[in-house]
Design a binder for this molecule. Structure first.
Ligand code: C5P
Length: 400
């Protein structure tokens, strides 16, 4: 269960007799090296106490959606942001129905709704409830939303019935969870990513720059780490924290970014240039602040062209798989295709920045992946999800 090391796992426990087995699940999760937080539904508390799961997980168990104290410590949004994956075991027919219809009337259903990542369920219920059309329809709907369903098993049930509906054993659940959670398709690969803007100083207090929040590059770095890759992130100044598990190299200017890339590119399997590198920098840096001239209504700055880092990487001997971004306002696909060819790239990601909903500062994006032989459109979705799909696409190219 190597794939669970250092992962943040949120375990949801709902109210079925199998809830007593969740203590064993917490123990296995902890043993596999993950950090565990537990959310219990009200009815789960009738079967096992929060204290047991708190002692085993080493974290306070969350139970209430509207509890001031727990919301202040870690509310549903924080829990959803904290988790790398959610596992609900046991998952009752009631919770499955709530998840399927998108209801959020308790802490577990609300947190799952607010969570943007993999959710796995280990159903546990009476065999008639399991066979019921409505339960099966709910599960089918959840499967289309990429929920993973583990089990249930068959056999004698707590109620005396015999049939399908028993929760799988904790170790079986853990094995399925571990292999589904992280395919590590980029394991053994190393990736260099550039992100953010560059800042080109005019004098000690002024600079010219490009608009870039860094969100796309940082979430690609995170997705690449999740896929098992070793990640180096070279970034201009942004307001977000870099992923913990990357080699982070902060820079400011286009020249510094060029030098850092050339220094770190050797041996890399993939290069992804998301940075909004300034095309031009002031030709001369003024050592002291340029004064406002009362007698003149204009100021002329001479700019000189910066090297194209992406193009330089694609020209290297033993070059990695090279990926560029085309942030365009007009003729998106045409311009992106031209860039793919002109810069000699393996893949270009076309991104319409005239659309405010998916543009610079937004959390969403909608892109088209273009190679010389293929075009793949990824519909509007969270940058985290888009990043995962981009990394999956790249992994197919570099691991085959
Ligand atoms: O030519 P244009 O700037 O539109 O191309 C965008 C792509 O080229 C992005 O992937 C960006 O990171 C990269 N780029 C670069 N060095 C530059 C300018 C852009 O690597 N000087």
């Amino acid at each position: 269960m190597k794939s669970l090391v250092n992962k943040n796992i949120l375990l949801g426990v709902t109210g079925g007799i199998a809830a007593y087995k969740s203590a064993e699940i917490v123990r296995h999760l902890k043993k596999s090296g993950s950090a565990v937080r537990v959310i219990m539904t009200k009815s789960a508390e009738e079967f096992i106490t929060p204290l047991t799961l708190q002692a085993l997980s080493g974290n306070r168990v969350s139970t209430d959606l509207l509890d001031v104290e727990s919301e202040a410590a870690m509310g549903h949004i924080e829990l959803a942001k904290w988790a790398d994956a959610i596992l609900i075991a046991p998952a009752t027919a009631n919770t499955i129905a709530k998840l399927s219809s998108g209801r959020g009337d308790d802490l577990l259903s609300t947190t799952t709704l607010a969570f943007d990542g993999p959710v796995s369920l280990a159903p546990a219920m009476n065999q008639t409830m399991w066979r019921d059309d409505r339960t099966q329809e709910n599960l089918e709907k959840l499967k289309t939303k990429e929920f993973k369903i583990f089990g249930p098993g068959s056999g004698e049930q707590a109620c005396g019935d015999i049939g399908l509906g028993r929760m799988l054993e904790p170790l079986e659940i853990l094995q399925l969870f571990s292999s589904s959670f992280n395919q590590e398709e980029m394991s053994g690969k190393s990736i260099l990513i550039t992100a953010g803007p560059t800042q080109e100083p005019i004098d000690p207090v002024r600079y010219i720059t490009n608009r870039s929040s860094g969100k796309m590059g940082y979430s690609l770095a995170e997705a690449a780490i999740q896929s098992g890759a070793e990640v180096t992130l070279i970034s201009g100044p942004v307001h977000i924290d870099p992923p913990e598990k990357c080699n982070f190299i902060p820079i400011e200017t286009a020249v510094e970014m060029y030098e850092a890339v050339m220094h770190h590119i050797k041996g890399k399997d993939v290069y992804i240039g998301t940075a909004a590198v300034a095309d031009y920098s002031p030709a001369n840096f003024n050592e002291s602040k340029i004064k406002k001239e009362e007698s003149s209504s204009s100021l002329t700055l001479e700019l000189q062209k910066n090297r194209d880092i992406l193009k330089s990487v694609s020209k290297l001997a033993n070059r990695p798989y090279v990926v560029g971004f085309a942030a365009e306002t007009d003729d998106l696909l045409d311009n992106a295709e031209k860039k793919l060819i002109n810069k000699g790239l393996d893949l270009i990601i076309a991104n319409d920045v005239s659309n405010k909903e998916i543009g610079f500062d937004s959390d969403d994006n909608e892109v088209t992946l273009i190679t010389t032989t293929e075009k793949k459109y990824l519909e509007k979705q969270n940058k985290k999800k888009i990043s995962k799909k981009i990394i999956e696409f790249i992994s197919l190219a570099v691991t085959n």
